[in-house]
Design a protein around this ligand. Sequence first.
Ligand SMILES: [Zn+2]
Ligand SMILES: [Zn+2]
Length: 433
Amino acid sequence: MTAVVIAFAGIGAGQTAWTTPTAAEVDAIYSDIEAFYIDLHRNPELAFQEVRTAAKLAAHAKALGYDVSTGVGKTGIVAVMKNGPGPTVMLRTELDALPVEEKTDLPFASKVVVKNANGQSIPVMHACGHDIHMSAWAGTARLMAEHKDRWHGTLMLVGQPAEEGGGGAAAMLKDGLFTRFPRPDFALSLHDDDTMPAGTIGYHPGPFRSMSDAVTIVVHGRGGHAAMPMNTVDPIVLAARIVLALQTIVSRENNPIDPVVITIGSIQGGTQANVIPDEVRLQLSVRTYTPEVRGKTLAAIRRVARGEAISAGAPREPEVIAREDGSASAVVYNDPALTARLAVALKAGLGDKTVVEMPAKMTSEDFAEYWNTGKVPSALLHIGAVNAAKFAEIQRTGIPGPAPHSPEWVPDRVPTLKAAIRAEVTELLELFK
Ligand SMILES: [Zn+2]
Ligand SMILES: [Zn+2]
């Protein structure tokens, strides 16, 4: 009887159920995938400008027999393979890179520089590993297409623009990702990580990545001669006070059980040493996990900025602008049942030691939107990307190594790419079972 059931599952005599690609199956496509990765790494593109990148992924999927749509949510792509009855599973990669000047010693390091709207030169780098994600996605697309006889359902491969700074997932949803295309039963993604050795898969059920707000504070003073501070209200001294006072929101006002980060990533004011400027601009990144803590923290930032300005005798209150751009208003929520199911399958396929539960993070991800707005049960898993010897050294010395968004972030590509492909295919096969 068992043999009959297996035959109905589309697996021929002598084959066992395909639950995880073998190392040999991944090795056989690896050199193509590495070439794909190196080309993407050399040619990064910023958010919503991923024209070449999207075309490359679209051409790859089309050649494999996927039904490919481009220009979804500006530069996004959707590649669908309908393969009989069964669930619809979405696997998403990000397309975009960061405005970071690469400082790795890779022979294929990015030298790309683009001009922004103001004519300034902006270096571009895949500093978040989205090139790793796209290449694993491409390898997974190939293995799934070449083994169509071994699974049933609808595979929906998504190349999402503009993850950095947010906006890409929302743009694709607004453009009909879940209405013009088959609505997925599950949404999956995989992100590289600096806290695990290369190839280790980390999962975290429930809230996993924080909300993020980009806040700008414009501090107004009264400028003048550097030698006559008594005739001025120095906005640089006032901004410095605000920078320090903001940290007491985290340490003195917030319940330590609730995670909050306030980082001032940019402070700009003045032109030269002997002039006191009129204004200073601060750019903040605010990370929280609940709407209540978020609201309290943003209100406290307004109050502290205003209070310090009053204390300094500023001629005008500071403007505190919580901008949509750069903000992610939702937490990545990993569906607990889905995450548990994937963890069991991954442990069976890749080994218990390679698949570990990991802590939640204060970084954010607009993958959150597929559950938050789209209501599709989702799971974002992470994959360690640190060279094993380097990882051991970091553990021994306690000195952190480069992480995503660092100009020196270099995933250990061979073990990371191979494990990413095996993990993604394993997850898909589990859900198509
Ligand atoms: Zn990133
Ligand atoms: Zn990223």
